[in-house]
Write a protein that binds this ligand. Structure first.
Ligand code: DX5
Ligand code: ZN
Length: 219
């Protein structure tokens, strides 16, 4: 199975964002994860369209945009124009999930759905066939550097089962508290794409840490 490491620029030094992204690329990062927060869906504000645009200019890697916002559809067009390759919305912020996913796909980018730790998988079962990506949150979203929630592992395993059952090739991504201590369990449970903020940008050697994380994805 393909393993993708997706550094989250939320933990990067914004004074030198371009250098930070270049460092991730040099370390072999596969995707660049960009966390948009609105201070309403989550209790924190981060950044929006302009930063996606800046990230796009810095890299040819997949720009993986995680929308922790209410009414995400308001800005779908803008995020796509800014250069997003994947748009992931939260099911808790998407009362019209089918319509919102269809709209993302219409715009020609990959459509993902994220679930908070307390949200059951049943919330997305009906739309599995529409999904390019499922994001299992392994912390309550809003901040980098939080502790991994252990019961996420079982949830990843059940999601992998649902994807296999539907013969879906959707990416199964996990986000929050991913580190040397937690990545292997998530990989064994069936995740293939790993977001990491603090573990990479907080490491003594961030470039090397990307390889360390990747190499832990073995039996
Ligand atoms: C959390 C964000 C994450 C965050 C992960 O709400 O969605 O992408 O940057 O940070 P770490 O890896 O430090 O938990
Ligand atoms: Zn994220």
């Amino acid at each position: 199975m393909t393993v993708r490491i997706a550094p989250s620029v939320l933990s990067a030094d914004f004074r030198i964002l371009g250098d930070e992204i270049a460092m991730c690329e040099a370390g072999g990062a596969d995707w660049i994860h960009v966390d948009v927060m609105d201070g309403r869906f989550v209790p924190n504000l981060s950044f929006g369209v302009k930063v996606i645009e800046a990230v796009r200019k810095c890299t040819k890697k997949v720009v993986d945009v995680h929308l922790m916002v209410q009414e995400p559809e308001k800005y779908f067009d803008d995020y796509v124009k800014a250069g997003a390759d994947v748009l992931t919305i939260h099911v808790e912020a998407a009362p019209h999930l089918d319509r919102q996913l269809a709209r993302i796909k219409e715009l020609g980018v990959k459509a993902g759905v994220a679930l908070n730790p307390g949200t059951p998988l049943a919330a997305i079962e009906e739309v599995v066939h529409m999904l390019d990506l499922v994001l299992i949150m392994s912390v309550n979203p809003g901040y980098g550097g939080q502790k991994f929630i252990d019961y996420s592992v079982d949830k990843i395993e059940r999601m992998r089962f649902l994807l296999d059952q539907a013969e879906s090739n959707a990416v199964l991504e996990v986000d929050g508290g991913i580190s040397r201590d937690t990545i292997q369990r998530c990989w064994s449970a069936g995740a293939d794409t790993f977001v990491a903020g603090n573990a990479i940008f907080g490491a003594a050697d961030p470039r090397a840490e990307i390889a360390v994380l990747r190499n832990l994805c073995v039996e």
